[in-house]
Each structure stands twice: as C-alpha cells, then as structure tokens.
Ligand binder design. Structure first.
Ligand code: TLP
Length: 341
C-alpha cells in the first residue's frame, strides 16, 4: 500500500493500449498527430489559446519561468511552493532570476503582501518578472487556494503588468473537490502547468498552457532544454486518456483521504487536522509517538505501508487510483498494530 505520492500510479490497461496504437510523427517538425491532439484538447480544457506537452511538472514550471522572465528579474512566489522548495533551485540556475518568497496561509499568499512585493520603478530594483501560484498547494497538505484569492492577486498583477503563472500540478484535484470547472481557476492566471502523471495516472508528462505567442516562445525554451522529442505520441496518447477520462475519479481519492485522515487521527500518538484535508494529501503529525520520521516509516514499511517524510515529525500520505477503500482500512489496522508493537 503505497501512499508516498500519486506519482506512483501506473498507466491503466487502456493507456497501455493507446500507447501501442498511437499514430506518431516527428514532434519537432510539429508532425505528431497524437501530441497535436493532446495539446489542442488540453488548451481547450484549460481555457487557454495554446498548450505545450512537456516531460514533467518541473520542466513545465521552469519553461514558464524562462519564457516569462529575463535574467535578473524577480519571481514572487509562496515560501513553501514547489518551484521554490523542490525544483533544485532551477529558477536561479537556469533562468537567472531571484526569488521573493512570501509566507502563505494554507498555501495562499495575502494579495496585499503580493501587491507590496511588486517592485516600482527604481534603478536599484530588479524588475518583477512573474508571480507564481500553486493549486492545490502541496506543502500545506493539498489545500485548495481559493479562487477569490487568485482573482485578487491577478488583478493587482495585471494592473502592474506582471504575468501570473499557476503551478497546477494537482489543479484538477482542486477543481473536482471545489465542484468548479477548471477554467474558474485558470481565468485568473496567464499560464498554467498541469501534471498528467499524478492522480490522472499517465506514466509521464505535463502540459503548459497560455497564449499563442507565449507557447511559441515556450516551445523554443523546451527545445533549448533538450525537451524537443520525436515520436512522442506514444506518451501523449495516455495523456489524452488522463485529461479526458481520469479527472472525475479524483473524487474517490479525496473520499479515501478523508477516511484515512479520520482513521489516523483516532490512533494514539497521531494527529491529523481532518477538516483541513481538502483533497488527496494528508499530513500526519507523529510527534506524539516519540518516534523519529525514520523509525516511524520503518515500522510502517514492515507493516506493508509506504508513506513519505515531509517535515520533522510530519509524514505525508497521498491517496490515488491504486489505493482502494479496502487498502485504507487495511493500512489503518496495520499502522495501529505497528505502533503498538
Ligand atoms: N511533486 C512531487 C515531489 O516533487 C514533491 C510529489 O510527490 O508531490 N508542482 C507540484 C505542486 C508538485 O507537487 C510536483 C511534484 C511538481 C510540481 C513537479 O512535478 P514533476 O515531478 O513531474 O517534475
């Protein structure tokens, strides 16, 4: 029972068949019909003019930073965002930008703090090149950043002519849990990256979407990064199934996450803010067990349950397509036993 991440989901049988049967061509020449179809479908679903198939969420975010910014620009982002914490400093290493982290609340930056952080004209200052949002917000436990929050930030940003990019690795989780179309979120950003390879279960790939001119330039950055692939329809084919057929079922993952959160919080020594579980990520405080993260994870592993370290004394559990309701029940029994022994 692997709760480490929704990235562990394997392609479905239908996806494997689609991979085998995909009609392909050389995508660097723009001649792969399957990639072209995926990009058209994704642009339409995300409410943007155009879209680009990229290898990973990290590549999508970094191509966005590279395309929006010039070296020396400043990127305003949430202090625990994936782009800031988990992309190996790529924004500095590749785009040559500096980052301006703003502390958030449940993953949401205060729009007034963002407004204040946007630089005015002064010879000493960097240009504010980009604002990055993340929804759902991973580090705060899969929280949905409210649409009104995105709107307020977008309005300030637009006034100042600063573009807004959304790391929407799990945007469909937010949309499904909020019961809102995904375009309700994307209307308040200029560009968006979504992952096909997380809860949506494709084996690989992300989409970067935005205006026609932005995607034209982004395509060039992807090429510069060595991301211009050839008969890549074989991996775009499962992406089409992911974005067209796998979104609705994310609600199951959210129900399982709730079930797991409730069960974990009933185990002595564990604490979960059950009401705070918006989507498929659970943060479990284990300090009450007196175990270190390593000891705790080791006990779970021996009991057939995998989870991931997150912070000191905090373990992350993620639900996904390969975790059923029975798995959740079984995992709870096993965890409870493992902590008693
Ligand atoms: N997140 C992974 C790890 O990198 C932490 C996970 O298991 O959650 N944005 C967000 C919000 C993400 O959570 C991730 C992956 C990415 C971007 C990067 O996607 P990939 O792994 O495709 O580069």
């Amino acid at each position: 029972m692997d709760f480490r991440s929704d990235t562990v989901t394997k392609p479905t049988e239908e996806m494997r068949r689609a991979m085998a049967e995909a009609v392909v061509g050389d995508d660097v020449y723009g001649e792969d019909p399957t990639v072209n179809r995926l990009e058209a479908i994704a642009a339409e679903i995300l409410g943007k003019q155009d879209a680009l198939f990229v290898t990973s969420g990290t590549q999508g975010n970094q191509v966005a930073v590279l395309t929006h910014c010039r070296p020396g620009d400043e990127v305003i982002l949430e202090a625990e965002s994936h782009i800031f914490l988990y992309e190996g400093g790529a924004s500095s290493a590749l785009a040559g930008v500096q980052t301006r982290p703003i502390a958030g609340n449940r993953g949401a930056m205060d729009p007034m703090a963002v407004k204040k952080a946007i630089r005015g004209e002064d010879i000493h200052y960097p240009y504010s090149g980009l604002i990055c949002l993340e929804n759902t917000h991973n580090k705060s436990g899969g929280k949905i950043v409210p649409i009104e929050n995105m709107k307020a930030i977008y309005e300030y940003a637009s006034e100042k002519g600063v573009p807004v990019h959304l790391d929407g690795a799990r945007l469909f989780n937010a949309a499904v849990a909020a019961g809102r179309p995904v375009t309700d979120f994307t209307q308040y950003v200029d560009t968006v990256q979504i992952c096909l390879s997380k809860g949506l279960s494709a084996p690989i790939g992300s989409i970067l979407a935005g205006s026609k001119s932005f995607i034209k330039e982004a395509r060039k950055w992807r090429k510069r990064l060595g991301g211009g692939l050839r008969q890549v329809g074989v991996i775009a084919a499962p992406g089409i199934i992911a974005i067209q057929e796998m979104v609705g079922r994310l609600a199951e993952d959210h129900a399982h996450a709730r079930m797991l959160a409730e069960g974990l919080s009933a185990i002595e020594g564990l604490y979960v803010d059950v009401q705070g579980v918006d989507t498929n990520i659970i943060l479990c405080d284990i300090k009450g067990t007196g175990l270190s993260n390593e000891e705790f994870l080791d006990r779970l592993r021996q009991a057939g349950v995998l989870a991931g370290p997150f912070d000191d004394g905090v373990i992350r559990f993620v639900t996904h397509r390969e975790i059923t309701g029975e798995h959740v029940q079984q995992a709870l029994v096993n965890i409870s036993k493992a902590l008693k022994s």
